[in-house]
Design a protein around this ligand. Structure first.
Ligand code: NAP
Length: 207
């Protein structure tokens, strides 16, 4: 698959490296793609660094959203319309102390964080995944043959569900489906599944 990584830090950088190792074509992007050369070198395979415009213009099969939550407003303003039918895997979390007023408003609204992303990107293909795992576990605990870490995920439609499940399993995690986006409150910061590095059985007992 061709994967556009939007935000290539702890989460986007590590996931992109895993996906490149799994044989996917990875486009790492950020506002400063010239700073991503070391990452591209580490990732190897078919990876490269591109601008945000280039990432969306590349018409990837799927996009990973791994920026600070506050970036969603601007990114969706720039890219939602034209690229609105793409699968977007949302790994972001709203933290008012980092992301300001918009994150506070989302937390206080009757929409959970992933429903806000789906609404802003105006896509029927939004999924939520990789937002509950600690960055160091994402980095070090992939590629297990047994006692795999479980990654909870939610999806808005069959296409985003299938793609997200595959991209979780391709890198040695166990994909545990939570439901559609209305069910993702338990994945949000400080909720039941947040920060839990456990196997499928343990994760399912928390749901
Ligand atoms: N760290 C964790 O343990 C963890 C775990 C699960 C989920 N998350 C969530 O995942 C997201 C990313 O976290 P992270 O720890 O990976 O952050 P990070 O290491 O700070 O990386 C953020 C990336 O996004 C880019 N970026 C920042 N503002 C942007 C904008 N306005 N437009 C486009 N790109 C932008 C940054 O590059 P430039 O500044 O050069 O653009 C950088 O590549 C957050 O929402 C976080 O809550 C984090």
């Amino acid at each position: 698959m061709k994967i556009g990584v939007i935000g290539s830090g702890n989460i986007g950088g590590n996931l992109g490296k895993h996906w490149a190792k799994a044989g996917h074509e990875v486009l790492f992007s950020s506002r400063h793609p010239n700073e991503l050369n070391d990452l591209v070198r580490d990732a190897g395979g078919q990876s490269k660094a591109v601008s945000l415009d280039e990432a969306f213009e590349a018409k990837a099969d799927v996009y990973l959203l791994a920026t600070p939550y506050m970036a969603i407003d601007r990114l969706s303003e720039l890219y939602a319309g034209e690229y609105g039918n793409k699968v977007i895997i949302d790994a972001t979390n709203p933290y008012p102390e980092r992301d300001g007023e918009m994150a506070k408003e989302v937390k206080e609204s009757n929409r959970n964080a992933s429903e806000y992303t789906a609404m802003k990107f105006n896509t029927a293909k939004t999924a939520k995944a990789f937002n509950t795992i600690k960055a160091e576990h994402l980095k070090d605990r992939a590629w297990r043959d047994q006692d795999k870490l479980a990654i909870p995920y939610a999806a808005q439609d069959q296409d985003s569900k299938d793609i997200t499940q595959k991209l979780i399993e391709d890198i040695g995690f166990d994909a545990v489906y939570v439901g559609d986006l209305t069910k993702t409150s338990i994945m949000d910061p400080d909720q039941k599944l947040y920060g839990k590095s456990v196997n499928r059985k343990e994760l399912e007992s928390l749901m």
